[in-house]
Design a protein around this ligand. Sequence first.
Ligand code: HEC
Length: 477
Amino acid sequence: MDFPIYHLAFFGDRSLIAVIGALHVIINHMFAVGGIPLVVALEWWGWRTRDSHWDDLARRIMFTFFVVATTVGALTGVGIWLSVALINPEAMGSLLRVFFWAWFTEWLVFVTEVALILWYYLSWKSLAGERKRSHISIGLTLCVFSWITMALIVAILGFMMNPGTWITDHRFLSAVFNDIYIPQLAFRTTLAMVMSGCAGLFLSWMFTSAETPMRSKAIRFVSTWILCWLPFCAIALAWYYHVVPPEMVKNLPVALGTQAFEANAQIILGALAALAGLVVLIALLGISIPGSLPRVALLIPILAAIIIAGAFERSREFLRKPYIIYQYMYANRFRVDDYPLLTHEGILPYSTYAAVRQVTPDNQLLAGSEVFRLACATCHTVDGVNGIRAKLSALYLNAPWQVDAIKGYIEHLHDVKAYMPPFPGNEAEAGALARYLVSLQSAVPPATADLQAPASGAGALAKRAPAAATPPAITGR
Ligand code: HEC
């Protein structure tokens, strides 16, 4: 561990990336990768049918996409990697080393995309009439560039899920063309098209007036767009699911529902399928009775698209647990290859920024809290999201927590729940961590203090976790 640890005491490290990432994916797919082709299609249709209403609608929708994609979209895109670098610098370092040239290309493509999006939107009025064809060409070029930015990043996402032969040959092309890449790219491309249609339905309603026939025509057009892409999206999803390594598929119930609802995974899957069904229904109604669809009905597809895309991203991120890069690096930032050394010598001596570098009889709690931050805190907080105190309370209820039992648990983390990495440290560190965790039972849960704990919260945690003689204060579930 060559980097300081950044830990969000209440919100949790995972949540930071999740919020920024989900926001970015939704905007990128809905408004850029899928959105721009929809706008160009509308513009082209207006040009072909010589009906300026279509052109007007396309330009207004484009204005929405343009504003959102160049502000929140672009910022969250960079934000994802910034937050990953903050929370998991080791993983970011590995990815950068493998994908340096892909990222470099991505930067060039992204800058071009931003220039094109400005050109496309701002030249709408000047490149009209005879020059419309040139304007549509700019739009098509923009479609290609926004797709390429996604295509490059998806290679990295696929690599994290399964680096395939790269693990042994370390070749750049093996990393890019991993097993997951093409199926995931196919799924994301078609999903983006469907998502843009979901947004387009509502925007068509918003930017047309009920008095003109344009509203019905536009809703019918966008509904057809959705229904054309949906079958391809479904096929691509099946293909993608098929290439996910089987042991990851086992994580699906927890991925979908968290541990608390894993038994209800089927219900959650059913609900997501029903939402997709609702989108089909509304698109069918959009074709048959576009004029009678109420506004709320047109909002449903957007919400459905956001929920489904969110559930997909969460599941994808969770499936590869306990790894951050499958079979190469665990989510706790330790490389698989380093485990033999670390489980023997310990993680503290190799953690440059740890408050203590060795477990001694006098520093058990402090060392334990440092081990917690190093080995558990990428996924757990103390009292916040996925809080360890609540997890242990649920396991042991009111019974006094025992150091030996918890130490035994720590040493078998991976056997108990396959989505947790094996404990990376040595025996002394497992003991210190167990003592620290046991001390949490008797410390009053200071939810507010946890919120205020500084990024380097080890000291604060240790201070408020004295081996107090107060009776167990935790009540079980
Ligand atoms: C890769 C992420 C990850 C890491 C690292 C991790 N855990 Fe977990 N752990 C989880 C998840 C996810 C759950 C289940 C959360 C849920 O859905 O309720 C969990 C659950 C638990 C539970 C409750 C299990 C049960 O049977 O109910 C305990 C106890 C626990 N973790 C302890 C630890 C300790 C101690 C460490 C550090 C040595 C650790 N975990 C590291 C992800 C992780």
